[in-house]
Each structure stands twice: as structure tokens, then as C-alpha cells.
Write a new protein. Structure first.
Length: 231
């Protein structure tokens, strides 16, 4: 896909991988619609922010309608990046935290895709990127709810890939390992450090997947730090 003047919707654009993806897509000449709760300090005229909590069906629908009203009927890229995790023993996690993880990480994808997939099927063109995690490939102690939600992202992505391929729509699931972002703000024991993956490098590989030719699909991308422990 030639990204110049393509319309890309990204959730969770204020920090981390979402912010890096936004900046790199803008550098490629894409038009970016950022859906989120906090507006980033991006002044590029090709960037448009639409307030939306991905858990909220009405807010997502409003952001979708506003995006099409401002940017036109075609949406070429959807990157479901918004995510949340809490840490702790399974039975000790407060119910509201467990529910919030799934509302953002899983239902957030449903809330965006239910609007944008019909458009992509109609135009016979598009690429959906779902950000899972290596926690979506294996279980990890004291991250059970997060792992469960990211396993769900994996299953959704694999099913969507098979549903949409005959409509010319690509689906890629991304599995980053520990990345130096704000994700660890809820962890009492893990703090971001320089041995973690860099958001810019993760974003660069996703951009490369977006730029492949129409009949070339990268179904999964996995990244891990080579030496993950802080020095």
C-alpha cells in the first residue's frame, strides 16, 4: 500500500506505540484520524483528533461519523492500539479492573471494527492491525486477565483474517514483547528501562507490513527484546 493520502484510524494515539505509529504514518504522507481520550500535541495538518473512549459504543460511533464527515467515506487503515493492563494475583484483582481490561482490549476492537469493516468490504480494500502482545501467546503469572484479553485479540484477528481475505482486506496481529511505554504504570515491580523494545522500532515494522503489495499479507508479527533484563 502506498500510504500517501491514505486515511488511517489509530486508537490510543497519545503515547507509546500509537504515538510512534501516528508520527511515522504522517511522515509517509498518510492522513491520520486519532481516536482517544487525550489529544496529543501533534500539529501536522494531516492529523485529526476525535475524542473517543473505545469502551463506549456511542463515543466510537460518533468518532467514526466525524471521521467520515471530515476525511471522506474511505478508511484504508485501522490500527487497534489502545490497551490496558493491571498486575496482581487472579483472585485478588478487583472486578472493575478485570472488566476494564476486557472492555478496552477486546470490546474496544469490536466497537471500532463493527463500523469500519463494512466500509472496507465495500471498497474491497483495507488493512486492520490489531496490537496483541506476547502475553497473547502464553500465560504469565500475575497477568492472567491481561493475558486472557490478549489471547482473545489473537483469536479475533485470526478469524477476521479468514473472514476478510476474499474481500481484499488484510488483517495483521502484532505481538510485541515488553516495550518501553506507559503500559507499566500499573505495575508495582516492573518499570520501563532501556533494554525493552523501543516504540519507534515496533512502529517501523508495522509500517513495513502496511506498505506491502495488495496480495502480500503478513498475518502475524512478533517482536521480543534480545536481552530483556535491565543492565
Amino acid at each position: 500500500m502506498d500510504l500517501k493520502n491514505k486515511v488511517a484510524v489509530i486508537t490510543g494515539v497519545n503515547k507509546g506505540i500509537g504515538r510512534a505509529l501516528t508520527e511515522q504514518l504522517l511522515d509517509k504522507g498518510a492522513i491520520v484520524a486519532g481516536w482517544g481520550m487525550n489529544k496529543p500535541d501533534i500539529t501536522n495538518t494531516q492529523f485529526h483528533f476525535f475524542e473517543a473512549d473505545v469502551r463506549d459504543i456511542a463515543m466510537v460511533e460518533a468518532a467514526y461519523n466525524q471521521t467520515k464527515s471530515v476525511l471522506g467515506n474511505e478508511i484504508h487503515v485501522l490500527i487497534n492500539n489502545a490497551g490496558l493492563g493491571y498486575f496482581g494475583y487472579f483472585e485478588e484483582m478487583p472486578p472493575e479492573q478485570f472488566r476494564e481490561i476486557f472492555e478496552i482490549n477486546v470490546f474496544g476492537i469490536y466497537n471500532t471494527c463493527r463500523h469500519i469493516i463494512p466500509d472496507m468490504k465495500k471498497q474491497q480494500y483495507g488493512h486492520i492491525i490489531n496490537i496483541s502482545s506476547t502475553a497473547g501467546q502464553e500465560g504469565m503469572a500475575q497477568v492472567a486477565a491481561y493475558c486472557g484479553s490478549k489471547h482473545a485479540v489473537r483469536g479475533i484477528s485470526e478469524s477476521l483474517y479468514k473472514e476478510l481475505r476474499d474481500f481484499g482486506v488484510k488483517v495483521t496481529c502484532v505481538y510485541p514483547g515488553s516495550t518501553k511505554t506507559d503500559f507499566f504504570r500499573n505495575s508495582p515491580n516492573i518499570k520501563p528501562h532501556d533494554q525493552m523494545l523501543k516504540p519507534d522500532e515496533v512502529a517501523l515494522q508495522i509500517i513495513r507490513a502496511l506498505e506491502t503489495s495488495d496480495n502480500f499479507l503478513t498475518t502475524t508479527i512478533e517482536f521480543r527484546p534480545l536481552q530483556p533484563k535491565p543492565r
